[in-house]
Design a protein around this ligand. Structure first.
Ligand SMILES: [Zn+2]
Length: 212
């Protein structure tokens, strides 16, 4: 999943029934009863806390109509599988982002006595994911741009070619440089061309120059 680590950890805990829901707290004798603190309609297990509770259920329909087609009490794994049935990998990311936002909302009520609108916490989670993806993209780009030229192995030469199109001058030039393992320039050249597939032309001219 392409989501922040905290959401991945949350998803793993939800799958393993490791979230401190009212039902789990009751099983560990930390609370007396497991009724949901939002709707008091039923025991609060993971699926209820994140999806079935009336306090959050309506918000899901804006994002996952596929989950609204039946009212069966599925567990969190079955709900995730249903989302995945649409075969869009980004849907699973969105599913757990929204589920995580619902859990965050629940914690705000329990520990901070704050009641946040569901739409607000969902939008916050989706923006967080967008920022995360952009940061990953920028990091990958930095890695790519930091790739530097490497000398060829012993007894080999390396030919680099490139082509440039000067739109305003209606001209094309290809350039090439041939270097050995000590980075010594064996050949450098630049020539004007009329070709359209400039990159291919640059490679061709490079090979012709290196192996006349
Ligand atoms: Zn509830």
């Amino acid at each position: 999943m392409k989501v922040p680590n905290r959401v991945k950890i949350f998803a793993w805990r939800a799958f393993k029934n490791g979230l401190p829901t009212r039902r789990n707290l009751k099983a560990r004798h930390i609370v007396q009863e497991a009724l949901c603190e939002w709707c008091t309609e039923g025991e609060k297990d993971v699926a209820h806390a994140l999806y079935y509770c009336l306090s959050v259920r309506q918000s899901w329909k804006h994002y996952f109509l596929v989950l609204m087609t039946d009212d069966a009490q599925l567990d969190i794994i079955q709900l995730a599988l249903k989302v995945m049935s649409k075969r869009k990998p980004e849907d699973l990311d969105k599913f757990f982002l929204i589920a995580w936002s619902m859990w965050h909302r629940r914690n705000q009520k329990v520990f901070e006595n704050k009641i946040l609108p569901t739409d607000q916490v969902i939008v916050h989670a989706l923006i967080l994911a967008k920022d995360y993806k952009e940061a990953r993209f920028q990091k990958q780009n930095r890695k790519l741009s930091s790739c530097c030229w490497q000398a060829p192995p012993q007894n080999a030469l390396k030919l680099n070619v490139d082509g440039v199109v000067f739109d305003t001058l209606n001209r094309v030039r290809v350039g090439l440089i041939l270097r050995n393992t000590s980075c010594e320039v064996i050949l450098v050249a630049s020539m004007q061309e009329n070709g359209v597939e400039i990159e291919l032309l640059a490679i061709l001219r490079g090979l012709q120059s290196a192996f006349p």
